[in-house]
Design a protein around this ligand. Structure first.
Ligand SMILES: [Zn+2]
Length: 188
């Protein structure tokens, strides 16, 4: 009986601790990303406000991949380096439906008529990315998204960040390691 109680307590503790570790990793990443994207020697109150909001949301809620994506998207948007999604980056025409591609060199989504140039993207991905800067961060943090869309969104935003900074962030590796260790939990 004692050993069973101990087992239960240990399990609870490990869950609680691992969640804290993930929160710490996510918070470190948020800070590093803001610092790196922040234009040098410039006051940037909007970026600071976003960072504070993201950290406060992370403190209140469970750490989720969708919160990170919404934060990344909003930060890249403030820095003016987010890909164009609402229209074709080449012809300016409507970019809705199937057969779309994304080309970061050209600057965003490419319609079917202008393609194929770039990596094919689903309408679900475009719609997911398009809503990342709507509403409160807390609302986005609770979004449910399928595995493929979540993975592609993460990779795409990382390409934008990597393309802008020319290197990978240190804290990103920590998150990737934790994701590997906690892969049974699909929330990340
Ligand atoms: Zn086009």
């Amino acid at each position: 009986m004692l050993s069973l109680e101990r087992f239960v307590v240990t399990q609870d503790l490990s869950v609680a601790l691992s969640r804290d570790v993930v929160k710490v990793a996510h918070a470190s990443y948020m800070v590093e990303l803001a610092r790196e994207v922040w234009p040098e020697h410039q006051r940037e109150p909007a970026i600071f406000e976003l960072l504070v909001d993201a950290l406060a949301t992370l403190a209140r809620l469970a750490p989720t991949a969708t919160l990170l994506r919404a934060y990344e998207y909003r930060l890249l948007s403030l820095a003016g380096i987010v890909p164009i999604l609402e229209q074709c980056a080449r012809c300016g025409g409507s970019a809705i439906g199937e057969g779309l591609a994304i080309n970061l060199q050209i600057g965003g989504v490419i319609c079917r008529d202008c393609g194929p140039v770039g990596q094919p993207v689903s309408a679900a991905l475009i719609s997911y990315l398009g809503q990342l800067d709507r509403d409160e961060l807390a609302q986005r943090a609770a979004d449910q998204v399928d595995r493929d869309t979540a993975y592609t969104a993460r990779e795409l935003l990382q390409q934008v960040i990597h393309g802008h900074l020319g290197r990978e962030l240190k804290t990103l590796k920590v998150i990737a390691q934790l994701r590997g260790q906690l892969s049974s939990d699909s929330s990340r």
